[in-house]
Design a protein around this ligand. Structure first.
Ligand code: FES
Length: 161
């Protein structure tokens, strides 16, 4: 019988123990595989790296690329690159923050929404850009956010995502 290994153990198995320079690549791989870094993952990484979980958490939170909760059922990617910023992405982010009550990288309590901010999605001339459920929304304005989120909320159930 073949033993099924845990994806985190598989990742850790490719790195020598206690090499601190491997910490960030390991966390990046775990996030890539799992979508976020769970408490369990931090404990396992700590055992492998011979580092306390507090130390790992502290180092990981220093980099805003890491997420510690699963993404929401609907995950928005908001561009705040130079072109989108100049076209009002800052006001869009402010509005999203107000409407959802969360910061980038966080997930709403009901698990429906999360969002991240990126620096360019390659559609600068059509910005500001938001990517949601595989669809690009272009030329978004702050005043569009309430209706965009409203219609997403209305259509969001765990079955249709
Ligand atoms: S800066 Fe937003 S798509 Fe390039």
């Amino acid at each position: 019988m073949k033993k099924v290994s845990n994806p985190i153990d598989e990742i850790l198995g490719r790195y020598k123990p206690a090499r601190r320079e491997d910490l960030i690549p390991i966390l990046q791989e775990i996030q890539e595989k799992e979508g976020f870094i769970s408490e369990q993952a931090i404990i396992r990484v700590g055992n492998h790296m011979k580092l306390s979980t507090t130390k790992i958490y502290g180092l990981a939170t220093f980099y805003d690329q890491f997420r510690f909760k699963p993404k929401g059922l609907l995950h928005l990617v908001v561009c705040n690159g130079t072109a989108c910023y100049l076209n009002g992405a800052g006001a869009i982010l402010k509005k999203i923050r107000e409407e959802l009550g969360i910061e980038p990288g966080e997930t709403t309590r009901d698990g429906r929404f999360s969002y991240d901010v990126v620096t360019c999605m390659g559609g600068c001339s059509n910005g500001p850009l938001i990517l949601v459920a595989g669809e690009f929304l272009t030329g978004v304005k702050p005043e569009d956010i309430t209706s965009i989120l409203g219609s997403l909320k209305k259509n969001t159930t765990s079955e249709n995502i």
